[in-house]
Design a protein around this ligand. Sequence first.
Ligand SMILES: CC(C)(COP(=O)(O)OP(=O)(O)OC[C@H]1O[C@@H](n2cnc3c(N)ncnc32)[C@H](O)[C@@H]1OP(=O)(O)O)[C@@H](O)C(=O)NCCC(=O)NCCS
Length: 174
Amino acid sequence: MNAPNRGGSCGPLTEIPTEITLQTDPVLLAKLHEACTEEPWDASAMARLLGLPETVAFIAARGAEPCGLVLTRRAGEDCEILTIGVKPAMRIQGVGAGLLNTACDWGLRIGACRLVLEVAADNHPALRLYEKCGFEGCGHRPGYYPGLYAGIPKIDALILQKPLGRRRLGHGPD
Ligand SMILES: CC(C)(COP(=O)(O)OP(=O)(O)OC[C@H]1O[C@@H](n2cnc3c(N)ncnc32)[C@H](O)[C@@H]1OP(=O)(O)O)[C@@H](O)C(=O)NCCC(=O)NCCS
């Protein structure tokens, strides 16, 4: 599936064309995840995840260069964002919003009721992105992320959701 780089529910994006496509190669995904996030998953972890039912990955690329990724998994009536990341040099240019738009489209396509994710309460760039894309808080896990060093407090996790505006098939009217 190729997803066009539309503003969609997250508003207009930049003029630079971004191609977003499904990706199944765990080695490529692990390399990209390492370039985009501070806690990379290796290729075997990626392969395990992609082996789960209804788990998919999309990558964003500008020209030949992959610059971001999002992994989603169906969890009951939800479509869960497992990870999302953009290469540091490509941030604040609409790539993250494009990936989230694609995850929304995917969630609708598989009949999910909402998109859900978990984010550290101090991850301000991610919170800004999610707010812009219409996510709202629906849960709170105090001290969920361990402090990395002595004296550094644990960080809360926030659970966010974005209703997708449609009931799952077989569970009431659309
Ligand atoms: C979170 C992340 C994916 C955002 O990707 P991105 O491509 O920079 O996001 P976008 O360019 O689409 O930005 C969306 C909005 O958030 C804002 N934003 C993003 N990063 C920001 C920052 N560092 N400071 C202020 N605003 C920021 C953008 O300005 C934009 O809002 P606007 O249109 O009103 O200006 C990226 O910062 C990242 O990969 N971080 C590391 C991995 C991570 O934390 N993932 C999330 C785990 S839950």
